[in-house]
Design a protein around this ligand. Structure first.
Ligand SMILES: Cc1ncc(COP(=O)(O)O)c(C=O)c1O
Length: 267
């Protein structure tokens, strides 16, 4: 009996081309990207290339990409860092939705008192109403977080419309784009997002690697302390092979997105 795997929203297999790109970074080019000698330089070069590949897929600049362990970490990082900052100024208000992934919902629920969260309803198709976002804004709203594509029902949210509203009101806008990146065109500029979470294993990359796009000019408090990696914002020796795999997956997605997206729509 042949098994057919249909849950690509849960995870995807690693593309053979991605695996090929990653392999040298386990046993041959295993240098630490922070080391100053040639082994380190080669690893650092590979990390830099992956950063450019990923930035290119998102229409971002390489210095706006921060590698993380995945979508959950990226979501938690934004929510917790911005909340800590708000708490230093007396607290504040977050707007999100009832259909977010638990990485957003549980992170919001775990926030200390002083942070109030509005969880917006969605319509019968899972769509968030941009007008509801706008009418829920308060003077103390410091973050709006709305996912780009839903992991359970596949609804694509009106991110550009919500982004325009947030930008007009000067409110930080984060989108969990874990289910969107690599599947539909993503442009951080057209969407007017300040931060965007993504994950390697949803786009034929490896598990345990992801990224946070953070618009130039914003600074988040580090989520993991202890080293100068990721420009001091995310400590820990880089997952070089994973990063290379994510970069390759992004490059493949960029090259094949139009064709693949049309194929999936057809299915
Ligand atoms: C929408 C969404 N956000 C976040 C995540 C978590 O990503 P990761 O598994 O990389 O932590 C997932 C994974 O299922 C997801 O679908």
């Amino acid at each position: 009996m042949k098994t057919v795997y249909l849950d690509y929203a849960a995870t995807t297999p690693v593309d053979a081309r991605v695996l090929k790109a990653m392999l040298p970074y386990f046993c041959e080019q295993y240098g630490n990207p922070s080391s100053l000698y040639s082994f380190g330089r080669e690893a650092r070069r590979a990390v830099g290339q992956a950063r450019r590949q990923l930035a290119s897929l998102l229409g971002a600049e390489p210095d706006e990409i921060f590698f993380t362990s995945g979508g959950s970490e990226s979501d938690n990082w934004v929510i917790r860092s911005l909340s800590e900052e708000a708490l230093r100024h007396g607290g504040g208000h977050i707007i999100t939705t009832k259909v977010e992934h638990h990485a957003v919902l549980r992170a919001c629920e775990a926030l200390p008192s002083g942070i109030e969260v509005t969880y917006l309803d969605v319509d019968s198709e899972g769509r968030v109403q941009p007008e509801a976002v706008e009418s829920s804004l308060r003077p103390d709203t410091f973050l709006v977080s709305v996912m780009a594509a839903n992991n359970e029902v596949g609804t694509i949210e009106p991110i550009a419309e919500i982004g325009a509203i947030c930008r007009a009101h000067g409110v930080f806008f984060h989108t969990d784009a874990v289910q969107a990146v690599g599947h539909i065109p993503v442009s951080v500029k057209e969407w007017q997002v300040d931060a965007l979470s993504l994950s390697g294993h949803k786009l034929y990359g490896p598990k345990g690697i992801g990224a946070l796009y953070l618009r130039r000019g914003h600074k988040l408090a580090p989520f993991i302390h202890g080293g100068e990696q990721e420009r001091g914002l995310r400590a820990g020796t880089e997952n070089t092979a994973g990063i290379v795999g994510l970069g390759e997956a992004a490059a493949i997605a960029a090259a094949e997105l139009a064709e693949e997206s049309a194929r999936l729509q057809g299915l």
